[in-house]
Design a protein around this ligand. Sequence first.
Ligand SMILES: [Zn+2]
Length: 349
Amino acid sequence: MLQWKWLLFLIILVVVLIFLTIYLLIKRHRGHGYFLSKFSAFTRIRFSGLEKRRQTYCPANNKCQCHLKGSAAHIEPNLLCTHRSPTLYMSFAGAAMVVGGVRTTEWRGSMREIHRDTNDEFDALFFTDPAQCFYLQDPDYQWEGLTYYRNLIKLYGTLYQRVILIGASLGGSMVCMCADLATVSIAFNPILDPVLLGLHWRIMGAFCPARQAEVVRNQVHNTMEKINTNKNDHNCVLHIHWSQLSKADQRQAHGVIGGGKHSKPIQTECLTSVLDFDIDNANMSTSSGVHIWFHRSKEHILAMQLKRTNQLIPMLKRHLTATSIGLNTISHILDEKQRQDLVIINISL
Ligand SMILES: [Zn+2]
């Protein structure tokens, strides 16, 4: 009888400890929805609290009140808004595990740094994926995420002079899937084939059914091929940054650059250049093509490492010089006109 009591006590103790651990983990992640998003991803149960974080719109002009609060879950730009900047950043947040919670404004600090001391203003749209599934779930959870986000980028592309896509890990996947619609796209450690993710990543970081993984693979290939073969009606460039010494990144990269354990073929039709990272390389600031950069890093969180070593902002600035091409052209035209005027003056003299 006494033994049973002890057993019961032990069971209760274990249950209490489990709940306490979960509670502490949730607290540690500052209630940013990490566990809730995982739960939602696996059960397909939707939580309005998470859905409201799908989009955060940050216009440079603080007079802009055009986006209603409710538009965060079902994203619809206000077409009548007159406060837009020339540039729009669209940030796709990565897996919550890496950043400790569902971050609503990933990359915001870096964007501000890039534009500090310039009068080049920008608006920003920050996306999170409440389903934590490579943005493949639309707000109605019908696996129409790809069409949904591509349509959004197309629409915003008509409202801005330049659209810049940026994202890491599973956020980087959507960047690579939509890069043909933007001006400049930058992806850090993107997952181009979710099937190749290690089991712990699949359980903890990024859940994706096999059928949907195929959607990612096919779209990435189509997008990269389209950019590389210049099938766009506008200039656009995709930069992919991978950690050369990370096993997870190597697996992803082999699918494009070839090689690896299964001696995969190189996807030449998708690649413009594959190089070791060199900030002075001319391809860093080009306005077209698909460029893969390998960094001497072991970690999957490359952007964080680059930030810590003060390399991130100079690198992003180099990529974004391609976006100021329009502005350069205007000053070039002015220079040209002044030169012609000078010639005319000389002749008349
Ligand atoms: Zn507005």
